[in-house]
Design a protein around this ligand. Structure first.
Ligand code: IMP
Length: 179
């Protein structure tokens, strides 16, 4: 399909399923080489990264531990700004090599707010693996250790990514079409 309709918007093909699969395999090979001899904890951030995580771990040649979390943002009552915490984090992170698995880093707000919370638990290391990155949109100094594709600052759906809860199921990634 070269174009799909999601709710009121039309999207056009941007990354074919085959290209995504090839890149995800390369990322898994890279991570496996970097983490040889260790058992990293893959912390997959739901909902968007469920397909990416499933494909990534199938190509690993190391033994991973895999867990899933959701991030929730809270506005402080009197403090400025908000903080982000993990729901469902049931693994002790002390001294662990952690690989955060994200679907997309856009502004970077989510990870930037969550990282201090994660570091409080004193993991040995934290690395970020994101399938997509929108460098033009990112406003925080995040080190992204593994990036599948750097993409323009346009809205995308498919391969786990949604528009208002729709469109996650596609194997390819689609970009908002010009009007
Ligand atoms: P950030 O905090 O701005 O980096 O955005 C993080 C989250 O926003 C991602 O994990 C996605 O759930 C969502 N997001 C950002 N850009 C897109 C997009 O183009 N399509 C779908 N979801 C997106």
């Amino acid at each position: 399909m070269s174009r799909i309709q999601v709710l009121d918007k039309t999207f056009e093909i941007f990354l074919e399923s085959d290209a995504i699969q090839r890149r995800v395999k390369e990322m898994a090979q890279q991570i496996s080489a970097d983490c040889a001899g260790t058992r990293p904890l893959f912390l997959s951030i739901l909902n968007g990264s469920f397909l990416f995580t499933a494909d990534l771990v199938r190509h690993l040649t190391i033994e991973p531990e895999i867990s899933f979390i959701k991030l929730a943002s809270y506005k402080g009552m009197r403090s400025t700004g908000s903080f982000t915490t993990a729901i469902g984090l049931d693994v002790d992170l002390l001294d662990r090599e952690v690989i955060l698995v994200e679907d997309i880093v856009d502004t970077g707000n989510t990870l930037f707010q969550f990282l201090p919370h994660l570091l409080q638990q004193q993991p040995r290391s934290v690395r970020i693996a994101t399938l997509l990155h929108k460098p033009e949109a990112t406003r925080h100094p995040l080190t992204l250790d593994y990036v599948g594709f750097s993409i323009p600052n346009k809205f995308v759906v498919g391969y786990g990514l949604d528009y208002d809860g729709w469109g996650r199921q596609h194997g390819s990634i689609y970009q908002l079409a010009a009007e």
